[in-house]
Design a protein around this ligand. Structure first.
Ligand code: ATP
Ligand code: MG
Length: 449
């Protein structure tokens, strides 16, 4: 069950041979007990950071957080985090302990850890050291705070989101006291750095339990993204939509491939609906412009959460286009490809599928089923991509910037403009993606300027 990799074993042995207690701890023990391969192996030890450095004097070690007792040793090129047993002093900012105190007992170290399933260590005889019932909680599929949930969330409010992240990632439930405190104390999340919040949010969204956790802990999610609160219970008064906007969004999250961009897109894709809602004379609800509005709101939300630019721009682009009809002709598909590029079109197909996953077929009987429209678009894209030398981006043109410069143009934005003009004609099927044809056409374009 515990297949300690040789590089970790060597690190443990080096510490033990120097007379220091040392144990694999936390996530790796949890993952092994669940039959999963741990992402990394953390070690805790009675040795003080200076002693750890002395043991590994011949190795490359990095003082990743000596103040908090962590030294990272690179063994055979792989990092092992070695952390001295410690307890955390008082927390004044709901996140960082004012002081940490190194201690000599493993039990005290396990007691400062967040959840019972993360508070187990592995003894040298292969037995599990489990003072807080982590193993039973693991078997029951349950996230439970070590100690009093209110106190633990008060110390470090990020643990509220960590609880949800583990519940989603491991597909676990949250023990009732822990769950109640997470919801009650959600306002403490306002004190946590936005990038930490965002990183946990991505973890929640990409786990197999994402949709369920979002629905069960909606108030916690609305604490970090208040713009979503209006979606809950929002009746769309439209026969195409059988769920309220929030429930629909959480189901769409589950239906999308588990990648941050796509799951963030589905979480936020309808955030513009409540603001753009109106009912017509027949009492049917509409949301004209909700995609553009949603893209604009998502941009603000993701900036506030310190999302990286590439992810933010991609999510906003997908939200902007999520409500268009999937292209039904090669020409319409080519036009979309010019506008957003092939990768985005492929992601849009995933979004369209996720967006209609909760629509009842019966409701759609009168329409062309949305799934058929998506299927047609997908088939057209495949046909276009299997054409000889498919070309949907400037990069795959048979000429490049250097070729255009060689025609006598001076460097500057005009070069890109010529390339894009060529691309558009290639995509529209007006000219072949062949070097000679493109050069001739480029000369003509330059002569026309
Ligand atoms: P993952 O597989 O996601 O990395 P992990 O359990 O290794 O899971 P980490 O965030 O890497 O999670 O943290 C390592 C260990 O440190 C945890 O298992 C837990 O024991 C402890 N820990 C981490 N963050 C906190 C925290 N905010 N409060 C208390 N203990 C924590
Ligand atoms: Mg880890």
């Amino acid at each position: 069950m515990f297949d300690i990799p040789p590089y970790v074993y060597t690190v443990l042995t080096a510490l033990r041979d120097a007379g220091h207690e040392a144990y694999p701890v936390g996530g790796c023990v949890r993952d092994c007990l669940m039959g999963r391969a741990p992402a990394d192996w953390d070690v805790c030890t009675a040795a003080l950071p200076e002693q750890v450095e002395a043991v590994f004097a011949g190795q490359r070690s990095i003082r990743t957080g000596v103040k908090h007792g962590t030294v990272t040793v690179l063994w055979e090129g792989r990092p092992v985090e070695i952390t001295t047993f410690r307890t955390d002093g008082p927390y004044r900012d709901n996140r960082h302990p004012d002081t940490v105190t190194f201690v000599s007992s493993l039990r005290e170290d396990l007691a400062r850890r967040d959840f019972t399933v993360n508070a187990m260590a592995l003894d040298s005889d292969g037995s599990v050291i489990d003072p807080f019932g982590g193993r039973a909680d693991l078997e029951a599929g349950r996230i439970r705070c070590v100690g009093e949930p209110k106190a633990r969330f008060g110390e470090d409010a990020l643990r509220i989101l960590r609880a949800l992240r583990f519940a989603s990632k491991l597909d676990f439930t949250v023990e009732p006291d822990t769950a109640r405190s997470a919801v009650e104390d959600r306002a403490l999340l306002d004190n946590i750095a936005r990038e930490r919040v965002f990183s946990e949010l991505k973890g929640i969204l990409t786990g197999p339990g994402a949709g369920r956790v979002l629905r069960d802990y909606a108030p916690v999610i609305f604490q970090i993204i208040p713009e979503l609160a209006g979606s809950e219970g929002f009746d769309q008064k439209n026969p195409h939509h059988i769920h309220d906007v929030w429930t629909h969004s959480t189901m769409a999250v589950d239906a999308a491939p588990p990648e941050p961009v796509l799951r963030l897109t589905m979480l936020l894709h309808d955030v513009g609906k409540p603001e753009t809602f109106f009912t017509d004379e027949a009492g049917v609800g509409h949301f004209y412009g909700h995609a553009e509005k949603g893209a604009e709101m998502a941009d603000g939300i993701l900036r506030r959460l310190r999302c990286d630019n590439a992810t933010r721009e991609r999510v906003c682009l997908l939200i902007h286009y999520h409500a268009i009809q999937p292209p039904q002709t090669p020409k319409a598909m080519r036009r979309l490809l010019v506008k957003v590029g092939e990768e985005t079109v492929r992601q849009l197909l995933d979004c369209w599928r996720a967006d209609c996953a909760d629509r009842a077929d019966a409701v759609l009987a009168a329409d062309i089923p949305w799934g058929t429209l998506i299927g047609t678009a997908e088939r057209i894209l495949e046909e276009l991509s299997t054409e000889p030398a498919p070309c949907f981006s400037v990069k795959s043109l048979a000429v490049n910037g250097g070729d255009i410069l060689a025609l006598g143009l001076s460097p500057g934005p005009a070069v890109g403009k010529v390339l894009r003009a060529l691309l558009e004609e290639v995509i529209n099927g007006e000219i072949a993606n062949e070097r000679e044809a493109l050069l001739t056409r480029a000369k003509a374009l330059l002569a026309d300027r």
